[in-house]
Design a protein around this ligand. Sequence first.
Ligand SMILES: [Mn+2]
Length: 319
Amino acid sequence: MFEEIARLISESDRFLIVTHVNPDGDAVGSSLGLHLSLAEMGKTSFLVFESKPPELFSFLTGIDEILVDADLSELRPNIIISVDAADENRIVPGIRKLRPHTKLINIDHHPTNPSFGDINLVSASANSTSSLIFEIVKATGHRPSYNASKALFTGLVTDTGCFRFEGVNSSTFRLAAQMCESGIDSYQITQYLFEEHPIQRLALEKHVLNRLELLLDGKLALSVLFNSDFEEAGASLSDGENLVNKLRETRGVEVGVLMTKISDDFTRVSLRSKGNLDVSAIAAKFGGGGHRRAAGIKSGLDFRSLKDQIISSIKDEIK
Ligand SMILES: [Mn+2]
């Protein structure tokens, strides 16, 4: 499949790259790494996001080339490439008009991805979509550049939690080593990503810890954030990204759940597990999805009742 995609890339010259809404490090890294590589190969590439990428990634070269709210039909791509999006409904809606006459390549590592593309590279064993992009770029015969490697390494370190998450193995480190051979400074990148949080995040973290509930004999650590916390702190939703990881970092805790009540009829839930519990299966019960150890839900259910239902689903699964 790598070769087939590499061949399609070599044969085409006008690309539209898209990824999922609320882009994380892997969405930004994989899409930007691919975009930069295509440009280096002399091709025309458009990278379109639904909204501005998070400020956190402003250290990446080329980030200002991301188009927001572009009129996609004017871009006239030969090929659309979707990266890191588990679901077609999570990418810019404008591509629907292009779909009937434009081939879509779907590159992703979410196990729930239904292979919605015309050509699909969905590899649940890949640590990140950025890893898949790195392999594809190499398969075209192009050597991933310093700037592309910086973006792809960003995707790899964020999706592996700095090489801590399950699924990290010798191939992960070999790939990381190849990325570093382009001359990128891994220390500097991880500093930008993990040690330059805005002060607003600390204010949110204070609320998360204050409201922490240890349930199910200490196996479930649950906390909540409200829209007012973000307003009070002057924080954006992305400032609260990954605060849920904190909840899992305690001995005995198997599942961390952070519920963010955004409005009366909209709640975002992040779930993280470190035991055997598959949180993507729990998320799926509420219309969400993700990976075995990291999943999310967006729900219109009443906050209190959603919370009770999530706790009882986890209780049923933990045993
Ligand atoms: Mn990813």
